[in-house]
Write a protein that binds this ligand. Sequence first.
Ligand SMILES: [Fe+2]
Ligand SMILES: [Fe+2]
Length: 157
Amino acid sequence: MKNSKELIVWDKKFQCGIKVIDEQHKQLVELINEMFNHATGNHIQENDYFNRAIREMVKYVKIHFAAEEKILLATKFPGYNEHKKEHESFILAILNIVNEHKAGKRIVFSNYCRFLKDWVLSHIAMIDKQYFEYLKSIAARKEDGTLSINLEDVENR
Ligand SMILES: [Fe+2]
Ligand SMILES: [Fe+2]
């Protein structure tokens, strides 16, 4: 695999224990890894793939951010506003690249993947991490041992 050293290896340190969030973070990492696998250096192939992959990425990032924000808002996480701003600026940055690409600018696909990788990893490891402990203290441990947040946990706050 040409870019195997670029791929993200999922690590326990990215995990917060709350199922819905961990699953979405894993999915984001998978999408980025898949993009790296398509960064072949063949510009025609990359262009074609990029058009589809980036739409998928934006869609999934929005789903994840919305889910996260919903939980942070419902649990009254104190850093909610700053967190939401981080999300918004990332969406803007992606859309900016998409628009440049549409306008005919040549995108170096592997650089673009690297940008996504760096942002997502540092966001999970540093920014999302700020709410990990907070949510853990709210979430109830479910019968199967996993943590998940439901309405009852939030209302019990
Ligand atoms: Fe996140
Ligand atoms: Fe986040």
